[in-house]
Design a binder for this molecule. Structure first.
Ligand code: CP
Length: 312
């Protein structure tokens, strides 16, 4: 039976089953390769509107949704922070109800995950988490599609996360646990992923067979890895912690010496934007093993596939 995501929210990557994630990747690959014709694609969201409500800056996520809606024959409407001013000019539930009566799907990037949950509870239309303080599920879909394109069978892959155990790491943890990919996380002490997400991942991993572990030694994490993944040390909204974080993360830079601890054909991922010279060196980001720009392109393909399945 065909898989549809009609009427579904994507607040956490764990809202999707392994089969549904595989379907997003199948559709993404078919659209990316041209197997789905442009004409066929243009009928998918004809007459539909996606509202993109963003409280923080975005390049990749916004581009992915806006271009995807155009390619699917629909309309992507960007609402900048100054437009809605949710919870300030107007209550979140009122914004949610207005959007729900006007558009077909909402993508929201808000600081607080609970605000995205409130949007979903009140809008009556599917809500996609375009990044919250808890998760970044759209990123995770692109991340493991990229790993699969480069490395094949995810269950045979060893991924090392080097950096902050924050939202991108949380969604990576969960998607690896769902899909059976092995993940070794290295963060400085006190920057580990939240315990509840870790416990959820360990529970999901029992079914998939994924080996998931957290430690504080970046060299141990990357030894023999197929993939090294890093992210900024200071996420948006944490700028007042930047000096302390630079000190706390100083041993967690992905440079050529760290990369040499991984397998010779290891790839390097970064969700971008990168702070060159902090979490990653120019040499690695511009080097032949870097797959961050494939990963970035896959944001479009996976977000377009996700929307196509929601509109199916
Ligand atoms: N990785 C990511 O979400 O990029 P943007 O913040 O540019 O959307």
């Amino acid at each position: 039976m065909a898989i549809s995501l009609a009427g579904r929210n994507l607040l956490s990557i764990a809202d999707l089953t392994r089969e549904e994630i595989e379907e997003v990747w199948r559709v993404a690959a078919a659209q990316k390769s041209g197997e789905v014709s442009t004409e066929e694609q243009l009928t998918v969201a004809r007459g539909r509107t996606l509202a993109m409500i963003f409280d923080k800056s975005s390049l990749r996520t916004r581009l992915g949704f806006e271009v995807a809606m155009a390619q699917l024959g629909g309309h992507g409407l960007y609402l900048a922070p100054a437009d809605a001013r949710m919870g300030e000019r107007e209550a979140i539930k009122d914004v949610a109800r207005v959007l729900g009566r006007t558009v077909d799907v909402i993508a929201a990037r808000l600081y607080s995950h609970s605000h995205i949950e409130e949007l979903a509870a009140e809008s009556g239309v599917p809500v996609i988490n375009a990044q919250s303080d808890l998760e970044h599920p759209c990123q995770a879909l692109a991340d493991l599609l990229t790993v699969r394109e480069h490395k094949g069978d995810l269950t045979q892959v060893q991924i090392a996360w080097v950096g902050d155990g924050f939202n991108v790491c949380h969604s990576l943890l969960l998607i690896c646990a769902i899909c059976g990919a092995n993940l070794q996380i290295a963060t400085p002490a006190t920057y580990e992923p939240r315990a509840e997400t870790m416990a959820n991942a360990q529970e999901l991993a029992k079914e998939s067979g994924a080996a998931i572990a957290v430690g504080n030694d970046p060299r141990a994490a990357v030894r023999g890895a197929d993939v090294i993944y890093t992210d900024v040390w200071t996420s948006a909204g944490m700028e007042d912690q930047a000096t302390r974080r630079r000190a706390d993360f100083r041993d967690f830079q992905v440079d050529q010496a760290l990369l040499q601890q991984a397998k010779p054909d290891a790839i390097v991922l970064h969700c971008l934007p990168a702070h060159r010279g902090e979490e990653i060196t120019d040499e690695v980001l511009d080097g032949p093993q870097c797959a961050a720009f494939d990963q970035s392109e896959n944001r479009l393909h996976t977000q377009r596939a996700l929307l196509a399945l929601i509109f199916s």
